[in-house]
Write a protein of this length. Structure first.
Length: 542
């Protein structure tokens, strides 16, 4: 029997093997599987087994250090190295369960697949499974006397117990290679200005729906051209609802697919490209009706939070004439040890000294002599001349996102490689040295003269002191791998690995290979907790 689905939520590229399984077995396989699920000591839902047995791949004698897949048809177990052979030797045996994660996996496609009915079965089962703490051998705690607090104290104890972990810490189920999306969403959920916007009901779904109806985006029959910002608001509400069970952002995923057709499908995507895409889609939705009067002056929430302005100075080495341009940006892309990242030598970059975020920023803002093949037209000399280019930050955003270029591409060799190199980054960052006002002062010293753009005022509009609050990392190969996010909340770090959230030590984060690093103005970081509690309480009261 087909399950009831929301209109319009159709996968662009559904897995045909999953469709075949559903046609043959319906939901019976999912329902019978519910009895085999259990909760691990860490709170994960996994496929149950006898405690005396260790799952092994049927094709090799070793237990897989990584993942094992349990065939839904014949119960055969395969490791990643032998999983593709199983549907070949047993035609039709394509769909399996990831034993450790209790997620659907297509052995033929070698990819995670998503079925909302399976997700519902797992969530429903997890809600009824009693949690069992890990057994400890040979250690017995003394029997404690039962204690029931007075009724007047119960509500207070329950309230503070619920706040032991910060609000908004909720895992996101992997819907089929969507760790790239989950990792960025976790960072966005805890971006203080963005969170304040959505929890403060500044984008009201009902008002937005009425506006779209007046514009004809919603027909008389009720067909709705979805608003991605509305779907973002829904996800924020779900994550901050107080429910700790992993959430499946399926509707948001489908909505994003509709608005970003070039990203649709279950293949692995890039977290940075998703970040840019989601900000662009929010901007596209909110820019209608907004008057933009200057560069970087968009008042949509995406740009109010993330948008800064970069300054580029091109100086003629013959006459000294400087041409200045300004460009808005929502992130800053940094090279890892740029002196080693030439197109002809991208494979030796791991052998250089340890990189630092401040070192990468120093390189980003240092004068760069353009090659003879990059001569630019000088307005003063009236011919193309050699020149020097220097970047600086004219205006800082409320939230800084640094994108570390870990994927190197050689156009000459037509090769690509992931740069697995460690980069140190500070938890507290002062951006003053990289502002245009500082760069210009260092360049000209006391020889300050009038030129295009007075940087003394605009650079000081926003505080230059920032605190890190999220780090997105990528592990594995260039064409696959896995994304996780580390969140810093109340000075405690948490690892967000799809559906599972665990506390981690600060040293773990410092040792991670950051791919996207998010900083927020220091004043926002230290006031974030109080503002969030106030907003969530107001939402509950309403």
């Amino acid at each position: 029997m087909a399950s009831k689905r929301s209109p319009g939520l159709t996968s662009p590229n559904p897995c045909r093997h999953l469709s075949n399984y559903r046609e043959r077995y319906g939901l019976s396989g999912y329902r019978s599987l519910q009895k085999s699920l259990r909760l691990s000591p860490s709170g994960r839902t996994t496929l149950g087994r006898q405690q005396s047995t260790i799952p092994r791949c049927n094709s090799c004698t070793e237990t897989a250090l990584g993942r094992l897949y349990f065939c839904l048809i014949c119960s055969s177990i395969s490791c990643p190295s032998h999983s593709a052979a199983h549907p070949i030797s047993s035609p039709g045996h394509d769909i399996a369960i990831d034993i450790e994660r209790a997620e659907l996996f297509c052995l033929s496609c070698a990819d995670q697949v998503y079925d909302p009915d399976f997700d519902s079965a797992v969530v429903a089962s997890a809600a009824t499974i009693p949690y069992s703490p890990p057994r400890r051998q040979k250690l017995q705690a003394p029997q404690a006397l039962s204690y029931l607090p007075p009724q007047a104290h119960s509500a207070c104890l329950e309230h503070w117990s619920a706040l032991r972990h910060p609000l908004g810490l909720r895992g996101l189920n992997n819907l089929g290679n969507t760790c790239f999306m989950n990792s960025v969403l976790q960072a966005l959920f805890h971006t203080p200005p963005l969170r304040n916007y959505f929890l403060g009901d500044h984008h009201n779904r009902e008002i937005c729906r009425q506006r779209r109806r007046r514009r004809g985006a919603i027909s008389a029959g009720g067909m709705d051209v979805s608003c991605l910002t509305c779907d973002v608001e829904v996800v924020f509400s779900e994550v901050f609802s107080g429910n700790r069970k992993p959430y499946s952002p399926a509707r948001f995923l489908y909505s994003w697919w509709k608005h970003s057709s070039n990203f649709s499908g279950y293949q692995q995507q890039d977290a940075h490209e998703f970040f840019i895409s989601i900000l662009d889609r929010i901007h596209d939705k909110e820019q209608s009706g907004l008057k933009i009067t200057a560069i970087g002056d968009c008042h949509c929430i995406a740009h109010r939070v993330f948008s800064g302005i970069l300054r580029s100075d091109i100086t003629c080495t013959v006459c000294g004439f400087t041409s200045t341009t300004y460009d808005p940006c929502v992130d800053i892309s940094l090279d890892l040890e740029p002196e080693m990242l030439s197109n002809t030598d991208i494979y030796s970059c791991e052998k250089t000294r340890i990189s630092t975020l401040t070192g990468c920023l120093d390189h980003f803002t240092r004068p760069e002599k353009l090659g003879s093949d990059q001569k630019l037209y000088c307005q003063h000399c009236q011919v193309k001349q050699d020149s020097v280019k220097q970047m600086s930050i004219r205006r800082l955003p409320l939230v800084l996102c640094f994108h570390v270029k870990r994927f190197a591409h050689s156009f000459l060799k037509r090769t690509s490689k992931k740069i697995d190199k460690y980069m140190q980054f500070l938890f507290s960052l002062d951006m003053t040295p990289y502002l245009s006002s500082s760069i210009i002062r260092n360049r000209f010293g006391n020889r300050i003269f009038a030129f295009e753009g007075d940087e003394s005022d605009i650079s000081g509009e926003i505080s230059s002191e920032f605190e890190v609050f999220a780090v997105v990392t990528h592990s594995g190969r260039l064409d696959s791998g896995h994304y996780v996010t580390y969140l810093r909340l109340r000075n405690q770090w948490y690892k967000c690995d799809d559906a599972w959230i665990t506390e981690v030590r600060e040293e773990v984060v410092r040792a991670s290979q950051g791919y996207m690093i998010y900083y927020v103005q220091k004043v926002f970081y230290y006031s974030a907790g109080e503002e969030m509690l106030f907003q969530v309480q107001n939402a509950i009261d309403d």
